[in-house]
Design a protein around this ligand. Structure first.
Ligand SMILES: [Zn+2]
Length: 397
């Protein structure tokens, strides 16, 4: 059995202990001490981080009444010096104490029962046995929780026998056996819990609901608790300041202003699309009119290259060109380090792309493919563009 210093003094972060056992299993040392400040994983709360003789502790587990520390190296025999990460510990004590206050507040406000909790690195989530919860109830629970925090209520921890539980009015019944650890927040809340908590509510600082989602027919609320809530406030305040300058308006007008902008963008997109359609028609007509003579006059062969043109425009030009009878088109869009090509033909002719593919694409170090009546791809050699177009023209017999 390991003496649990973490329950005796929650603020103690450094300690000395005697090594009782150190076993090497698959390059990990399982170290058992006579006493420890390292809280093992439990109650939805992750294990403490820290060091034994300056060697990082990778994980801490509870095996019966024994606490096992997992290390990458042997910390040695005799006495070791232990130190837990105080920032990590404080953060999760805030999460855990905050969660008790939140669960009790939700119970008080609307008899919402907490069925599971998760303390992650970003949020602490509380899942309620309720298909939905009103926005007002969340606000009321949040206000009540913050009032309990500012009232600086001391927490007490009691080891109780199962038969004594009745007198404690537990928020949630427990079926644990043996001595049960109770966490009591004045007369506000009492719950069975083996996790790490602060010793007064004020140390939690602040709680804020930041998200809500449905899960398994229940409702899960995400919370920012303690330092995380202040950090979140600072982050959002910074975003609001930036948006004020970007949108040139105050925060009360953000939604309206953004909606206006979205409508403007949609309208511009529609107008741009119709102008682009018209432009594609005109450019296609010009290209068709100015086409070079084909080897076989029964065909129209059109080739053209552009520099860094909008792809959407080229697609529309292609679409317009192949509406002409007996027409074969090759369009190329040239960039400094690549070339995009497309070959299309009208429905009334057959272009044997597979026969010329290898030779044609090797000129621009290209790849791609497709099937009648459209083929497209890219090439890595823009300098081959003129040869590529010439070879395309000569491939039509
Ligand atoms: Zn707890």
């Amino acid at each position: 059995m390991t003496e649990k210093l973490y329950y005796k003094d929650i603020h103690k972060t450094e300690f000395e202990a005697r090594v009782l056992e150190a076993l090497n299993e698959k390059n990990t040392w399982k170290v058992i001490l006579d006493k420890t400040c390292f809280f093992p994983e439990g109650g939805g709360q992750p294990a403490d981080k820290g060091w034994l003789n300056n060697i990082p502790v990778l994980d801490v587990r509870k095996e019966g009444d024994t606490i096992v520390h997992l290390l990458p190296e042997n910390p040695g025999n005799g006495t070791v010096k232990g130190k837990i990460d105080p920032v990590w510990r404080k953060d999760f004590m805030q999460q855990h104490t905050g969660q008790h206050i939140i669960s009790a507040a939700l119970w008080t406000i609307g008899k919402y029962k907490t069925v599971s909790v998760h303390m992650g690195l970003e949020y602490t989530t509380v899942e309620l046995e309720a298909p939905e919860i009103s926005e007002q109830d969340i606000i009321d629970a949040e206000k009540l929780a913050n009032r309990v925090i500012s009232n600086d209520i001391p927490l007490s921890f009691i080891e109780a026998d199962p038969e004594e539980l009745e007198k404690f009015n537990l928020r949630k019944p427990t079926d644990r056996e043996g001595k049960i650890r109770l966490v009591k927040i004045g007369d506000f809340d009492c719950a069975a819990c083996g996790g790490m908590h602060l010793d007064s509510t004020r140390q939690v600082g602040l709680v804020k609901a930041v998200g809500i989602e449905k899960i398994r027919g229940n409702t899960r609320i995400a919370w920012k608790i303690g330092e995380r809530a202040y950090d979140d406030y600072r982050k959002k305040d910074k975003i609001i300041s930036s948006l004020k300058s970007v949108l040139s308006t105050n925060e009360d007008m953000f939604v309206e202003k953004t909606r206006e902008l979205m409508e403007d963008i949609s309208s511009c997109r529609r107008k741009y699309g119709s102008i682009e359609n018209r432009l594609a028609e005109i450019l296609a007509q010009d290209l068709f009119k100015n086409q070079l003579p084909a080897p076989d006059s029964s065909f129209h062969i059109i080739t053209e290259s552009w520099q860094e043109e909008e792809n959407e425009l080229l697609k529309k030009i292609m679409k317009n060109l192949v509406k002409n009878e007996k027409t074969l088109v090759c369009l190329v869009n040239v960039f400094p380090d690549k070339v995009q090509w497309s070959i299309g033909c009208s429905e009334d002719i057959v272009f044997p792309f597979d026969e010329v593919k290898a030779e044609l694409l090797s000129i621009i170090d290209g790849k791609g493919g497709g099937r009648h009546p459209l083929w497209q791809g890219t090439g890595l050699n823009p300098r081959g563009t003129a040869d590529f177009l010439a070879r395309f023209r000569s491939s039509v017999k």
